[in-house]
Design a protein around this ligand. Structure first.
Ligand SMILES: NC(=O)c1ccc[n+]([C@@H]2O[C@H](COP(=O)([O-])OP(=O)(O)OC[C@H]3O[C@@H](n4cnc5c(N)ncnc54)[C@H](OP(=O)(O)O)[C@@H]3O)[C@@H](O)[C@H]2O)c1
Length: 222
């Protein structure tokens, strides 16, 4: 797809991957709008139209989308929260926050976007490798991401006839500092993660080249 003149929205633009993808899309010629929960945007992104919303508040999210002049050509959801620990360790309220943000938040977003995308558009979700593999210590996070993966696969089929593409990004561990922002528990030793810039560039390449899934191997240097 072509970025020039396209209308691109990045949710989670206050985060490391969201901000990186927003910069790449703007550099490629997209007309950018941003959504954050905290309102904390890097200085170089502050000129873009920006609204605040919480993924856990479906009505608030819908009204925020409408403030950004849909329909969109490109929507990237880079919001997400993590917690670590066994299923029987992670507190109930933390499990709920993970599901409300990473799973139900994605379902709400997909429902709202079904009438707010241009034909030929793409919805990108940063699902992560945790949706595919069961890593000890990632219990609730993995389960919430697997739910998002399932919802994305359904949306991809439902929207195929309308030529709206879904790109499910199941990137491996990346050095964004997300693990230090855990809602609960301490991260297992993942080893050294990928460079966030390389990950954002690969995602934007996949948007341009009409890909529908990025598996962990998609991020290996060729
Ligand atoms: N880092 C990795 O290793 C990795 C690998 C694969 C996939 N991912 C996924 O990629 C996404 C971005 O991760 P990141 O590493 O860039 O983390 P990050 O820097 O911590 O960014 C997380 C973003 O999520 C937003 N957010 C959290 N809860 C929210 C809520 N309830 N409503 C709206 N926004 C909310 C934060 O917004 P505020 O700051 O404004 O609150 C922030 O912009 C996440 O979904 C993550 O699971 C990460």
């Amino acid at each position: 797809m072509k970025f020039d003149q396209s209308s691109a929205l990045v949710l989670g633009a206050s985060g490391v991957l969201g901000a990186g993808i927003a910069r790449e899309l703007r550099l490629a010629g997209a007309s950018l709008s941003l959504l954050t929960r905290s309102g904390e945007l890097a200085e170089d992104l502050q000129s873009a139209p920006h609204v605040r919303a919480d993924m856990r508040d479906s009505a608030g999210l819908e009204s925020a989308l409408d403030q950004l002049s849909p329909p969109f050509d490109i929507v990237v959801n880079a919001t997400g929260v993590v917690a670590f620990g066994r299923l029987d360790e992670v507190p109930e309220e933390v499990v709920r926050e993970l599901f409300d943000t990473n799973a139900l938040g994605v379902v709400s977003l997909l429902r709202h976007l079904s009438t707010r995308m241009n034909e030929g558009g793409v919805v990108v979700n940063l699902t992560g490798v945790a949706a595919d593999v069961s890593v000890l210590g990632l219990s609730a996070y993995s389960a919430s991401k697997a739910a998002a993966k399932a919802a994305l696969a359904v949306a991809a089929r439902e929207w195929r006839g309308r030529k709206i593409r879904v790109l499910d990004v199941r990137a491996p561990h990346t050095e964004t500092g997300l693990v230090t922002r855990s809602r609960w528990g301490t991260a297992p030793n993942f080893g050294v993660g990928l460079d966030p810039t390389a990950v954002t560039q690969r995602i934007v390449q996949a948007i341009a080249e009409d890909e529908t899934v990025l598996v962990p191997e998609s991020f290996s240097p060729s």
